[in-house]
Write a protein of this length. Structure first.
Length: 583
């Protein structure tokens, strides 16, 4: 028996060594991008697509989302209906349903999807799927309904829907399954697999430049040709973020998703366009605060990342920026602390309605109107406040915003506590700051000096009225807060020592802490809404915040925190987005 065990162990070791030697000698598998013809606008690649599909199907997040108010609203949206329509056209052309069962059948391990037309959703899909499994799928078994073709010595099949004129083509080439919505895309991929030297996506500058700038490939990689995507009317219509103006400065982008334990991390690289330098243009510090250009290494970008050490452990939200403009600093103080408001309403995208009259040309009183005199001059513009003047002449190189919510003693109302930190290139004039703040808030607070006198506290000054506005000029850092307890925590954190890499933007959100408070707050804001549907049989539209957004927040309740760090590296903008999960 002992001899048998020894022989078995030797045999196992021999097989293992032989397999390792074979793996070392075997050539690496070619990247799927080498089989993708040129002209794609977006490229998506997964190391194990079938594993990702399985994870999604078995996740509680999917189960909760499809039952949520957020999904209910999304299912009525124009984007959803267009996607559904495209799926129905694909199903009609393929002759089989394009459902999750079909997706599971065609999902292999290494997979790539190249999108060529976002309006018509024309794509090429390649996946590594053993031929035995491919031939067991519904798609292969219905090939008799397709017309046979040949490219690169490989047979493929095409079917066209006569009503929509949409095409579906597929092929099994060795252990690869290929699926496309254009015959030429599939034929081109098969030609490339056979060794053709036709142009691929890898020969295009936007691809090579962005991929070379990115790091290691994640479980899921997306490469975007922003120079072609952004001008598209479909992209401008359906892009959820609507930050089209910001995206115009980039030519391409890469995003890699990494999953490890309780953390999902997304690494993004955005390639800036080459712009002609205008010698008469103002320096970056004088431009709008959204400019993503560090002036001096170790300057505002280093200060912005250093300010994050001031953020309390229980903060619900924080945001640090490098080189904010004076207008951005003024707006931050005004909207968050001194005169909270929602800001100007977004411009309407609807054409104005036309009021048709009954045809009268006018009335007798119109004869009294003078047309030989200019109209009265418009009201004089509001004088610039002392606070705005102070910020205009101060070289602010970084800003920090901190917020959190808490409930009152009764647990009914939710209040927001805020603090703003402005880092300057020189020390702040404390008396000038106090005078400017009082000058700004006094007209709307009191007709006399009641409540606008400063009282000394430990490390800061506070107004003596019912409004606990607190200010501390800590050398080159100015701290303003509407909560004395928050002010004390921030001042105590100045003693913290951190080793953070310079960044032009750092932000974080504590979802676990704020989720219930926001749900409560927006439940009060939205009110009970319409308890009965307007028409029989028609369900009531969920309230946007307390219904739609709250349900999405509940679906992602296991996501405890999110953070983003943005850095500049020459002509590249590097973004790291991290999601922390409870389990």
């Amino acid at each position: 028996m002992k001899r048998c065990l020894i022989i078995l162990a030797i045999a196992t070791a021999t097989v293992a060594l032989g397999w390792a030697a074979f793996q070392a000698a075997a050539p690496p598998q070619p990247a799927l991008s080498t089989y993708v013809p040129a002209g794609a606008l977006l490229y998506l690649e997964a190391k194990d697509f079938s594993g990702l599909v399985s994870d999604w199907n078995s996740s509680p997040q999917k189960r909760d989302w499809v039952e949520s108010a957020n999904y209910e609203v999304f299912s009525r949206s124009r984007l959803f209906l267009r996607l559904k329509g495209a799926g129905d056209q694909f199903a009609a052309a393929a002759g089989l349903p394009s459902d999750m069962n079909f997706l599971s059948q065609v999902a292999g391990t290494r997979s790539a999807l190249a999108l060529y037309d976002i309006g018509n959703l024309q794509f090429l899909y390649i996946t590594y799927l053993p031929s035995a499994k491919s031939m067991q799928g519904t798609l292969w078994q219905t090939r008799a309904k397709f017309e046979p073709r040949n490219a690169g010595g490989v047979a493929f099949y095409v079917r066209r829907d006569p009503e929509s004129q949409k095409e579906v083509a597929f092929a099994v080439a060795g252990d690869y399954l290929l699926l496309a919505t254009r015959e030429d895309l599939l034929a081109g991929a098969l030609q490339l697999m056979s060794g053709s030297k036709d142009r691929t996506i890898e020969t295009e500058q936007w691809w090579s430049q962005s991929v070379a700038a990115a790091g290691s490939t994640g479980e899921l990689r997306m490469v975007l040709n922003l120079e072609k995507l952004v001008p598209s009317p479909y992209f401008r219509t359906y892009w959820v973020q609507q930050n089209i103006t910001d995206l115009k400065q980039y030519s391409a982008a890469v995003s890699d998703l990494f999953r490890s334990g309780k953390e999902y991390r997304e690494e993004r690289v955005l390639i800036q366009k080459k712009l002609e330098t205008d010698q008469s243009a103002p320096p970056p510090s004088a431009r709008d605060g959204r400019e993503l250009v560090p002036l001096v290494p170790g300057g505002g970008d280093a200060v912005a990342s250093d300010l994050v050490r001031l953020v309390p452990e229980n903060a619900g939200f924080y945001e640090a920026r490098a080189y904010p403009s004076p207008d951005a600093c003024f707006q931050l103080l005004e909207t968050k602390l001194l005169a909270p408001h929602l800001g100007p309403a977004p411009p309407s995208k609807l054409a104005p309605s036309v009021q048709l009259s009954l045809g009268e040309a006018g009335s007798g009183s119109d004869l009294e109107m003078r047309i030989d005199q200019s109209p009265l001059p418009a009201a004089a513009p509001k004088a610039i406040s002392a606070l705005k003047q102070l910020l205009d002449k101060t070289s602010t190189i970084a800003s920090l915003e901190v917020q959190f919510t808490d409930r009152d003693k009764t647990g009914v109302f939710v209040r927001t506590r805020s603090a703003i930190v402005l880092a300057s290139g020189s020390e702040w004039d404390q008396s000038a700051v106090h005078s400017a703040l009082v000058d700004f808030v006094q007209p709307g607070m009191t007709a006399s000096q009641l409540g606008v006198e400063w009282q000394a506290r430990t490390g800061y000054q506070q107004l003596d009225g019912l409004w606990p506005l607190a200010v501390a000029a800590h050398g080159k850092d100015l701290v303003v807060s509407d909560d004395p307890a928050l002010m004390e925590v921030i001042l105590a954190n100045f003693n913290r020592k951190v080793d953070a890499k310079p960044a032009i933007f750092v932000a974080g959100f504590n979802h676990a802490r704020e989720r219930e408070n926001f749900s409560r707050f927006f439940g009060l804001v939205d009110g009970p809404g319409n308890s009965e549907p307007t028409y029989p049989g028609m369900s009531r539209q969920p309230q946007f915040f307390s219904g739609n957004m709250a349900s999405l927040s509940a679906t992602l309740s296991d996501v405890t925190k999110e953070s983003i760090v943005v850095r500049n590296d020459g002509n590249k903008v590097l973004q790291t987005v991290t999601y922390e999960w409870a389990q």
